[in-house]
Design a protein. Sequence first.
Length: 410
Amino acid sequence: MRRRNHIAIIHPAATFETHPTLRNAALLLARAGYIVDVFVRRDPSFPPPTFEEKEIRVRFMSVAAARLRGMSVRPRPLRGLVRIAAIVIEGVLLAGGMSRRHLVSRYRVVIGVDPAGIALAAAVGRLLQTPVAYVSLELLLEREASSPELKLRKARERRASRQAHIVIVQDEERARLLREDNSLAGDRFVLVPNAPFGAPEGAPSRFWHEQFGLPEAERIVLHAGSIEPWTGLAEIIGSTHAWPGGWSLVVHLRERASAEDLERLGAAAAPGRVFFSPEPYPQDELDKLFAAGDVGIAFYVVQPGQWSQQENLSSVGLSSGKIAYYLRAGLPVIVNEGTSLSDFVREEGCGVVVSGPAEIGAALARIAEKYDSYREHARRTFATRLDFAHSFGEVIRRIDELAAGEAARV
């Protein structure tokens, strides 16, 4: 019986709830008849994953390893050794716990997420003699591994990814980059956009109007996600001085931010036109938040020296979860020039591409003139280009084959 087949998803981070791909993968695997163990780290800044489905079980990874990783150590070479020790400890504890469960109910497939996750999954897969799959959300390319620690991480990822029977990535360009960088066979890849399921449920929302006491006619530009420099948020906020009347910016945080950070960002805003959500929300509450917007904005600004903020951003493409949520809710989008996402938006006609923050005000006026048309294009783009369930069906088919092969050997 497939109900007794177990699958592990290893995501050694606390951001599981911010990635539609991960939550949707767990849900679809459970609906396909698998019992899914989700291994994640705990961090109070992020909401932990929660599921109503009894087939999905969330397991938190080693607290000891997390404390060791978070230690402030100098000099730099010693800091690197401490982090390597944390990786080893985390791997040993994870493998031990999974081995005990494996003796009771075999894991048919172990799925690793991103470079750290696939390294752990490959090690566990070798120990348990279990097939491995790789979910690549953030690209780490060899030319961007600028420190000894990153070079080691890249080497581990390349070696581990070659063990993967299935490699899940969002679009053709990102697949090409990963395939060439890790010398992987093309037939292992399955393209799955980072997107939520189907059409949103429920009526149009006035959540942000009610939350911040905004006038009924006020229109909302929604910025969802991080406040880090790569989002260009500080510059977007600064541009509000030149926005047309009747538009406000709402920043929905994916993690708790410090009062100091919010004060710093808010200082550049036009008075009374920028609002910050009081807390992050889990994925099952996001529909009302996105449905309460009128336009979605997403900048991806390359940050030299940061491995996940170089090619990973310039080739962001269909890995942008916030864009998928905007389009699903029928929100026209504004994005910055110079990324593969700008090409996508221009091609689909679902928003406006700007060369910088100074053009946002004009873009809002342009969208307002033909709002219904942009809104229709947004919904159509989501329906035709970002169908997660359809794309993930191929992943389930391949996992079924791997699970059947494992069962035959038991």
